[in-house]
Design a protein. Structure first.
Length: 338
């Protein structure tokens, strides 16, 4: 009954965070964790009573091991429902996120990249048929909506693991906002019509249009900075509303400084990443506190991320995805929607 209640009142990313936290806590002194996914049917009888029925054929379970250590129990657990065996899997989709037995999120990132590439194909076919003023809205609706779904759960992986998605995102921006005429002009010129010495195509012909100016011109965040934005804003919302309670209980605010969090052991999960990102962000905005308006915090944070993202205009580097640039609350223009 608790599972059903959480599913109704908690949004998917929060429920996934709670699930991961429970798995980690339960297995803190053990070498094995287990997750069982169940499909439930609801129906009512003539007395208006609700029943919950498990469907064994659609149920599965997964074993989570601590790092690379060998399990201390058998891999083959005989789990059955009404005499029917529940199958074991190494990965399964839960609330739209593909979870694997190592919680590395690599299967989900690979699957998401395929979805985003498919979205690029659809956008390529319709981009020239739509007014340019609608391109940004279409990008948010058909591309970024997939990219940002539950990103605070799986986006804490290493930057190198996010690189395939980042390449697809840059491709999408070239499709929606790039210089299409210049790109097509490359293929309209016959080889014989080119000046002598330029018949052979070199690096300049095959080079792609720089994507960084496109992000800057349209005030769009990369997948790495979109993760930082969502993580910090969800942290602020959890602290302000104290909901959901299981997640709020994992956050520890310093007694000496009520705007600073005590971070747990380093990991890729929200429980460490969000407090760590907030502490780093607040170093660049000393006057900003958790008591500030949520929209104000979001606008200052986005301006800070966009400024950091625009450093080194000629190429992308790690500082574009790891640093926060100073943003003063009282400065004119800061806090305005971009």
């Amino acid at each position: 009954m608790t599972y059903v209640t959480l599913l109704v009142i908690v949004k998917p990313s929060y429920l996934l965070m709670i699930l991961i936290y429970l798995l980690l806590v339960i297995a803190k002194n053990q070498s094995i964790k287990m997750l069982m996914r169940s499909y439930i049917i609801f129906y009512q009888d003539t007395w208006n009573l609700t029943y919950y029925i498990l469907i064994p054929k659609k149920c599965c379970y997964m074993l989570f091991f601590e790092g690379k250590r060998e399990p201390t129990v058998s891999n083959d657990l005989n789990i059955s429902i009404n005499g029917k065996i529940v199958k074991k899997v190494s990965e399964a989709k839960f609330l739209g996120v593909l979870m694997d037995d190592n919680l590395s999120w690599k299967p989900h990132i690979a699957q998401l990249n395929k979805t985003l590439k498919s979205a690029c194909g659809r956008l390529y076919r319709i981009a020239n048929s739509l007014p340019s003023k609608l391109h940004k809205q279409i990008y948010h609706s058909l591309f970024e909506s997939h990219l940002s779904y539950a990103i605070s759960v799986w986006g804490g992986v290493a930057l190198s693991n996010l690189e395939p998605i980042f390449r697809t995102q840059k491709k999408c921006l070239r499709i929606m906002f790039g210089d299409t005429e210049t790109y097509l002009e490359k293929f309209r010129t016959c080889v014989r019509a080119r000046p002598f010495g330029e018949q052979k195509l070199g690096i300049e012909f095959h080079s792609r249009e720089p994507s960084k100016p496109l992000f800057t011109e349209h005030n769009l965040l990369t997948v790495q900075n979109l993760y930082r934005l969502r993580c910090i804003m969800e942290l602020v919302k959890i602290v302000k509303t104290r909901e959901p309670a299981p997640l709020h209980g994992t956050l520890y605010i310093s007694k000496q400084n009520t705007n600073r969090f005590i971070t747990p052991d380093p990991s890729i999960y929200f429980f460490y990443q969000a407090p760590m990102l907030w502490n780093n962000f607040r170093k660049s905005t000393h006057n900003l506190g958790l008591e500030q308006d949520e929209n104000l915090i979001k606008n200052i944070l986005k301006n800070s991320l966009l400024s950091a993202q625009q450093q080194n205009l000629d190429y992308w580097s790690n500082i574009n995805f790891t640093e926060f640039l100073a943003a003063d609350i009282g400065k004119t223009g800061i806090g305005e929607a971009s």
